[in-house]
Design a protein around this ligand. Structure first.
Ligand SMILES: Nc1ncnc2c1ncn2[C@@H]1O[C@H](COP(=O)(O)OP(=O)(O)OP(=O)(O)O)[C@@H](O)[C@H]1O
Ligand SMILES: [Mg+2]
Length: 329
C-alpha cells in the first residue's frame, strides 16, 4: 500500500527548536521522519502543544527546521532559494482551522477563490467567473456563492471555500491543520467526505492534523501519533483500533466515548500532565504517564522501530510479550 514510488514528500530527522526565556530551548519537534504518499491521507494526531502545527508549518516552508531534511520528489526543499520556494508552494496548499481569519472580509468569494491562480499568473481576469464556478462545483456549492462575502456564509460553507481555494492551483499535497475542528460533528463529516471524494478523483496527498483519534481513524490511510514533539507510533489507519501498541495511542483510544458503550465500561483518562517541551525527559517522553514505565524507560529513549508492514512504534516494550515481561520486572 505504501510504495516508495508514491512518496511525494518525505521528512528525515526533522528537528525544530525555539529559543525560550532564560537561555533555554524549547523542542517543538524532535527527529521526525514521515512520508506523504500520492492519493493517501497521513493523519497526525496528538494533544495540544505536541508540535503538530510546527511540523506542518515546516512542510509548508513557513518555518525552517533546526536540523533534518524535507524532500519533495527527492529534492531537499529546506535548501531552496526564495524564488524556488515561491514556485514550490504551488505544489502544497494549506487549509486552516479558521477560514474567516485567512480571508479578506472585503473580498467576494469569486476573488478569494481565484486570487492564488492570479498571483501565480495562471488566470486571466476575464476567466475569473468561469473558474470560480468550476471550483464551487468541486466543493459542491452553488455557483451564485461567488458573489457572497465571507461573513454571509456558514462555517462549513466557508471551509468549503477554503478547500476550493487551496485546490485551485492543483496542488499535489493538501495540508489541513485542524481544518474541521471548529465545525459541528455533522458538518465535519460532510467536509471529510468531500475531501475523500476529491482525493479519490485527483489523487492528492493529504496531511490532516487533528487531536481527535476517532475522527482521523475514520479516513486516514496512515496515522502518526505525536507526543511531546516525538512520533511515538505510525500505524495504518484501519489497524489503529485493533493493533495500536504504544501506551499513549492506547490511552487515546481508551479515552474515547461512545453512545453504544456498555454502562460498565469506564472511559480511561490519561493520568498526570505531559512534561514541558522546555525540559524534555532523558528517556521515553511518555514515561511519567505510562502505566508500563520501567527503569529502562526513564533513562533510554526508545527509537521508532518497525513491528509490522507500515507499523512503527517507539516503545521498549512494544511487543505485548515484551510488555508482559516488563510488568514482571
Ligand atoms: N514561534 C514559536 N516560538 C516559540 N515557541 C513556539 C513557537 N511556535 C510553537 N511553539 C511552541 O512549540 C510547541 C508546539 O506548538 P504547536 O503549535 O506546534 O503545537 P500543536 O500540536 O499544533 O498544538 P495545538 O493542538 O494546540 O494547535 C508548543 O509548546 C508551542 O508553545
Ligand atoms: Mg496546532
Amino acid at each position: 500500500m505504501f510504495h516508495e514510488d508514491k512518496i511525494i514528500l518525505q521528512t528525515r530527522h526533522v528537528v525544530k527548536k525555539f529559543p525560550a526565556s532564560k537561555g533555554r530551548t524549547l523542542t517543538a519537534c524532535d527527529d521526525i521522519s514521515l512520508n506523504v504518499y500520492k492519493g493517501m491521507t497521513l493523519g497526525i494526531v496528538g494533544e495540544s502543544g505536541c508540535g503538530k502545527s510546527t511540523f506542518v508549518r515546516m512542510l509548508m516552508q513557513l518555518e525552517s527546521p533546526t536540523s533534518g531534511e524535507i524532500f519533495y520528489h527527492g529534492r531537499d526543499i529546506t535548501r531552496q532559494s526564495k524564488k524556488e520556494r515561491h514556485a514550490s508552494r504551488q505544489h502544497m496548499q494549506m487549509v486552516f482551522q479558521d477560514p474567516l481569519a485567512s480571508f479578506n472580509p472585503k473580498m467576494k468569494v469569486v476573488d478569494i477563490l481565484t486570487e492564488p491562480l492570479q498571483n501565480f499568473g495562471r488566470l486571466e481576469k476575464k476567466d475569473k467567473e468561469a473558474k470560480a464556478a468550476e471550483l464551487l462545483e468541486l466543493v459542491e456549492l452553488p455557483a451564485d456563492f461567488m458573489y457572497r462575502y465571507p461573513h454571509s456564509m456558514s462555517g462549513g460553507q466557508r471551509q468549503r471555500i477554503g478547500i476550493a481555494r487551496a485546490l485551485s492551483i492543483e496542488p499535489e499535497i493538501l495540508v489541513c491543520d485542524e481544518a474541521t475542528s471548529a465545525l459541528d460533528v455533522s458538518v465535519q463529516k460532510t467536509i471529510i467526505e468531500l475531501l475523500v471524494r476529491i482525493q479519490r478523483k485527483q489523487q492528492i496527498g493529504i496531511a490532516f492534523i487533528c487531536h481527535d483519534i476517532a475522527l482521523i481513524r475514520s479516513f486516514a490511510h496512515q496515522i502518526a501519533v505525536m507526543y511531546l514533539g516525538n512520533i511515538v507510533e505510525v500505524i495504518p489507519g484501519e489497524l489503529v483500533g485493533s493493533e495500536a501498541k504504544h501506551p499513549y495511542t492506547q490511552a487515546l483510544l481508551g479515552a474515547l466515548f461512545s453512545i453504544h458503550m456498555e454502562p460498565s465500561v469506564r472511559i480511561k483518562s490519561i493520568e498526570s500532565e505531559a512534561p514541558s517541551p522546555l525540559n524534555m525527559p532523558k528517556g521515553c517522553p511518555f514515561c511519567n504517564r505510562c502505566p508500563f514505565c520501567k527503569e529502562r524507560c526513564k533513562t533510554e529513549k526508545p527509537a521508532l522501530q518497525s513491528v509490522a508492514s507500515g507499523h512503527m512504534v517507539a516503545c521498549h516494550f512494544a511487543a505485548s510479550s515484551d510488555r508482559r515481561k516488563a510488568e514482571k520486572v
